[in-house]
Write a protein that binds this ligand. Structure first.
Ligand code: ZN
Length: 329
């Protein structure tokens, strides 16, 4: 048996406008732009990564930039909400910040935790849940959001499924998750030591609609595994459980295997290492077009082809001014 999955590694979504996406995740949510790379399967398109200072697994929100793709509907068979953890006392700060920046949001609560709901520029539903831990988070000192209130990591993902029984069985019998709650049509599962970044909420929605892989949807969620041998053990176990799992694919920053869970959501199991500092120093993360060695021959061509991205800096986001203001509160 492989070791328990500690939690979410990364979540990958599809954006139709890379620049707007970067502006939002850096300037509004305060995540660091840690890697500018390409989609290895569609190498004339971007794959961009937002995270904590180092790109710690469990903090990494990534996007394929597919501007020519249609924007269709989110629905069953997909991750329909991506939730980040922020300190419980920070929810008022976030509501005010979002309002000031012209981003609509509302408040609700789920499983006794208060949260802020909003949408990103592509219409992906996000939550800031007042339930976070600093355990693995590496703060970005130049962030436009004060460290007291900054996003710590993912809190959870929500899967919406037409049928849940087979997914529940896979999560609990094979993948090592345990059921930890039920609220209306939502069932909560946790893995590892539980809490932020280890939670998956499953919403049963037999009426549909069925989601379509398009701009403004989540492409997949990746779960953590420490290393390649554990990953191979997971692969064997999942194949034995009847899943159709890809061979191990080297993503350069981590190794990956992919499979669809029975409800249709694309799952990945990704190794914690080697991580984003494999080809850029920590202070340089996200500043160059980073390519795996086997794509280096195409660098000139890609540099010409890909639309440049302007990453907001401390100066453009007014980070120090915002920090002053927070301090006075
Ligand atoms: Zn992935």
């Amino acid at each position: 048996m492989p070791a328990t999955i500690p939690g979410i590694h990364h979540v990958t979504c599809i954006t139709g406008d890379v620049q707007k996406c970067v502006d939002f995740y850096v300037s509004v949510l305060g995540l660091r732009f840690v890697k500018k790379s390409i989609n290895q399967d569609l190498p004339d398109t971007y794959h961009i990564y937002f995270a904590d200072y180092l790109g710690t697994p469990g903090t990494v929100m990534t996007f394929f930039g597919w501007p020519t793709w249609p924007s269709r509907r989110t629905g069953s068979g997909q991750v329909t909400t991506v939730s980040f953890g922020v300190p419980e006392r920070s929810l008022d700060f976030w509501s005010k910040r979002l309002q000031k920046m012209g981003v609509e949001s509302s408040r609700k609560s789920r499983f006794d935790k208060d949260l802020v709901v909003l949408q990103d520029p592509d219409g992906i539903e996000l939550e800031l849940v007042g339930h976070a831990t600093d355990e693995r988070w590496v703060p970005w000192e130049d962030a436009p959001v004060d460290q007291d209130h900054a996003i710590r990591s993912f809190h959870s993902v929500t899967l919406t499924l037409a049928e849940t029984a087979a997914t529940f069985a896979l999560l609990t019998n094979t993948m090592g998750f345990r059921k930890s709650g039920e609220e209306g049509n939502t069932t909560r599962f946790e893995t590892g030591s539980g809490g932020p970044h280890s939670i998956v909420d499953v919403v049963e929605s037999p009426e549909g609609p069925v989601g379509e892989e398009s701009v403004g949807t989540v492409h997949h969620v990746a779960w953590r595994t420490p290393d390649a041998s554990e990953q191979m053990a997971w692969r064997d176990l999942l194949v034995r459980a009847g899943r159709n799992v890809t061979p191990v694919i080297d993503r350069w920053y981590f190794k990956s295997v992919y499979f669809r869970e029975p409800g249709g959501v694309l799952f990945e199991i990704a190794t914690d290492g080697p991580g984003f500092t494999i080809d850029e120093a920590p202070e340089e993360l996200g500043t160059t077009l980073s390519l795996p060695p086997w794509f280096q021959v195409r660098r000139d061509q890609l540099d010409d082809f890909l639309t440049p991205i302007a990453v907001p800096t401390t100066a453009t986001t007014g980070a120090s001014a915002m920090r002053e203001e927070n301090r006075g509160r």
